[in-house]
Design a protein around this ligand. Structure first.
Ligand SMILES: [Zn+2]
Length: 412
């Protein structure tokens, strides 16, 4: 089979999709179900229909574009990613897997390939947690890891319910029907930028992901007592920021001493109230993000935090509330799909690195219901979630070619 990627068209489509943005170029902001996101979705749908694919949407807006195989009853071979983007992000996160997936299908069509299993491009809804506070909304629901009932309770930061927002976006149907029927997929492969520096550092063309780390995120609210920075003497203080500072260091220490470099923990938000130079902090909100390839170690950090919250609140006499937003298990990629990717790299003559994905992706959830794996391409300096995120056309072309080859193997 003579597979050829139309790189010029693919790159121009990546540029065209980047223009659907609520930020000035080169930054991309595309929050789920905003007018800009809906325009981008309509544009994507038209591209898929141009390629002769049959497009459908489920009740949460996951979009499926199918190239019907000769055996219509056979389970589907899936590929895809997301097109939503956090505020002030770049052009490539998610998009490479969606437009690259579409181009892989077109390359197979041009090469005269006839799939036995249908090949389906999937554009997941809201991989990013920006609007509803929970990442991988679409894939969680597809995998049955987020119930319709729990999804119905979600609200955005303006207090609009997910149900209202999706209905306004024209999505009818019941959320109960989003979960995929068992045996839907034969296999699933997600192409994505690495979002880390290893491929570039090791000078490997591609990364074949064998494992996806387990993410957890929490909110911590420390409630102390405010007062005048001059008037309240030290023995009488219940300073919320000082308590929060202790917790932050406990989290860092727990991750550093877990026994493995795979453990990472981050406090990325620290909101101090009232936040005045001459006022004792009365209230602090922290966001905590913990990840590991081992669930035991990841949960060990969370236990250390819980223990520190109890101890600190007793000793400092203030209230500390924690809320776990998500605590997901890690996923092992399917060895057969990993092997198909490795073989395709070999066939196309590209070096690859077996890797762990430390960022999480929709495949973390799809892996619960399908044989799944991921293919990474390098991104410059490992930068992602920022406007200067960049993947070279050559790397995008290589990833798309290996994806096409792998889809052919899986769908034959
Ligand atoms: Zn992504």
């Amino acid at each position: 089979m003579n597979l050829r990627i139309d790189l010029e068209r693919l790159i121009s489509e990546i540029e065209a999709l980047a223009a659907f943005s609520d930020a000035e170029p080169p930054a991309v902001t595309r929050i789920v179900f905003t007018p800009t996101d809906l325009e981008a979705r309509a544009w994507m749908k038209a591209r898929c229909e141009d390629a002769g694919l049959a497009v459908r949407q489920d009740a949460i807006g996951n979009t499926f574009a199918r190239w019907v195989g000769s055996d219509r009853a056979a389970p589907v071979v899936g590929t895809g990613s997301h097109i939503d983007a956090i505020p002030n992000a770049g052009k490539y996160d998610g998009v490479v897997g969606v437009l690259g997936g579409l181009e892989a299908i077109r390359a197979l069509q041009r090469a005269g390939f006839r799939p036995r299993h249908s090949i389906e491009l999937l554009i997941f809804t809201s991989e990013e947690p920006t609007r509803f506070g929970i990442g991988c909304l679409g894939s969680r629901m597809l995998a049955g890891m987020l119930s319709a009932e729990a999804a119905q309770k979600l609200q955005d930061n303006q207090g609009a319910s997910l149900n209202d927002v999706r209905r306004q976006a024209g999505l009818a149907g019941e959320l109960e029907q989003v979960k995929l029927p068992s045996g839907y997929y034969k296999a699933f492969v997600e192409l994505h930028i690495e979002q880390g520096p290893l491929l570039e550092r090791e000078q490997k063309a591609l990364g074949v992901v064998e494992r996806i780390a387990a993410p957890a995120s929490l909110r911590v609210l420390v409630e102390g007592s405010g007062g005048h920075a001059g008037g309240v003497l030290m023995p009488d203080r219940r300073d919320a920021l000082c308590a929060a500072a202790e917790l932050i260091l406990v989290i860092e220490q727990a991750a550093r001493t877990s026994g493995a470099t795979d453990t990472v923990a981050t406090v990325g938000i620290c909101d101090v109230f009232p936040g005045a130079v001459n006022s004792i902090p009365a209230q602090v909100r922290l966001s905590v993000d913990v990840r590991d390839t081992s669930l035991q170690r990841r949960d060990g950090v969370m236990r250390a935090l819980a223990e520190a919250c109890r101890e600190t609140s007793a000793r400092r006499q203030l209230a500390i509330h924690t809320e776990v937003l998500n605590a997901d298990a890690p996923a092992d990629c399917e060895p057969a799909v990993v092997a198909a990717l490795a073989r395709a790299c070999h066939t196309q003559g590209f070096s690859f690195l077996p890797m762990t994905s430390r960022a999480y992706h929709d495949t973390l959830f799809i892996a619960r219901v399908a044989q799944a794996a991921m293919l990474f391409i390098p991104c410059r300096n490992g930068y992602s979630h920022r406007p200067d995120e960049y993947a070279s056309p050559e790397d995008i072309g290589r990833g798309t070619l290996v994806l096409a080859e792998t889809l052919a193997t899986l769908a034959a």
